[in-house]
Design a protein around this ligand. Structure first.
Ligand SMILES: Nc1ncnc2c1ncn2[C@@H]1O[C@H](COP(=O)(O)OP(=O)(O)OP(=O)(O)O)[C@@H](O)[C@H]1O
Length: 292
């Protein structure tokens, strides 16, 4: 079956490579795609649909949108677009927006807290849906930006895992777009006429000052020295532990190695540890919101 465009062929190849290299999608997987309605998760859902029709082994896909409860959020648009394409979609209505309003000080950047609350909801739904993998739409630029955020502001040398097993071993989070650039995801979502909608929270699209600055920096450097981004990607695949100063990586230093707990660390650059996580009540998944 031919691809719809050279762009689609290129993205499919990158996703297939990521999948093979990091064991992302495996035979008989039920992949639950976190669908925000933004360009990246739309691009992910579309390409998994394309790959699913060509893969040498069977896997199924279900999309889940976590509605934070903001009144203007266009979940109907997301649902209709999926229905039109024959994609399995579930919209989960939550009170995340309300909880955020209660927990955050007026000037805080809410995105990392919101992401943590959403992750809890996605874990629960994955169990209900019998999903073996939870796929998120983070792309190459997200990996690089997170690497630099951690380096410049977090005092750690880390990006994000392409495949993460949760602490309790019950969930596997995957990021199949790791080799796909943000620009490719945007062009693909637009070419496929997928309806891009914002989450409608008061900080929607607000990246935070540090990330914005790094985006500009990387953009400028890439223009001056094309290839910088691929070099950074290569760097996180080509780590030389003995040329770093982390004593836990030195096999002779047994004392330092004990006590190193990696935890369910997903590479988020900004700590939200100050916020205790409330238990989210479900506000309903009506039959009307669920289609197959
Ligand atoms: N409301 C949501 N419901 C389900 N999954 C979500 C939701 N919001 C985000 N996600 C998942 O988490 C990923 C990262 O979220 P983030 O808010 O950083 O979005 P993003 O980088 O702008 O991507 P997108 O363009 O998909 O919104 C998304 O790509 C998506 O897979």
């Amino acid at each position: 079956m031919p691809y719809a465009s050279p762009l689609e062929a290129r993205i499919a190849k990158k996703v297939a490579r990521a999948s093979i290299e990091h064991s992302l999608i495996e035979p008989n997987d039920r992949v639950m795609v976190g669908l925000s309605g933004g360009k990246d998760s739309w691009a992910l859902l579309q390409i998994l649909d394309v790959i699913g029709k060509r893969a040498p082994f069977p896997f199924t896909v279900v999309a889940v949108n976590v509605d934070s409860g903001y009144k203007d959020f266009k979940h109907g648009v997301i649902k209709r677009a999926c229905e039109d394409r024959g994609w399995d979609i579930r919209i989960e209505h939550t009170e995340i927006g309300e909880v955020m309003d209660d927990l955050l000080e007026a000037n805080a950047t809410p995105c990392s807290l919101c992401a943590r609350l959403r992750r809890g909801v996605l874990y629960r739904i994955a169990e209900e849906e019998g999903a073996t993998k939870i796929a998120l739409g983070h792309h190459l630029d997200d990996f690089i930006e997170t690497l630099l955020l951690n380096l410049f502001f977090g005092g750690a040398l880390k990006a994000m895992p392409a495949r993460l097993v949760s602490d309790d071993q019950r969930h596997v989070v995957i990021r199949p777009l790791v080799y796909v650039s943000e620009q490719e995801a945007l062009e693909y979502a637009m070419a496929c006429e997928l309806p891009i909608v914002g989450c409608c929270c008061p900080a929607c699209g607000d990246l935070g000052l540090q990330r914005q600055r790094l985006k500009r920096l990387i953009g400028d450097l890439e223009r001056e020295h094309p290839g910088i981004k691929s070099s950074m990607l290569k760097a996180i695949q080509n780590v030389h532990p003995r040329h770093l100063l982390d004593r836990r990586l030195n096999p002779l230093d047994v004392m330092a190695r004990t006590g190193h707990v990696d935890g369910d660390d997903d590479g988020e650059a900004v700590s939200t540890a100050a916020h205790p996580l409330p238990v989210l009540r479900r506000t309903g998944t009506s039959g009307a919101d669920r289609v197959s």
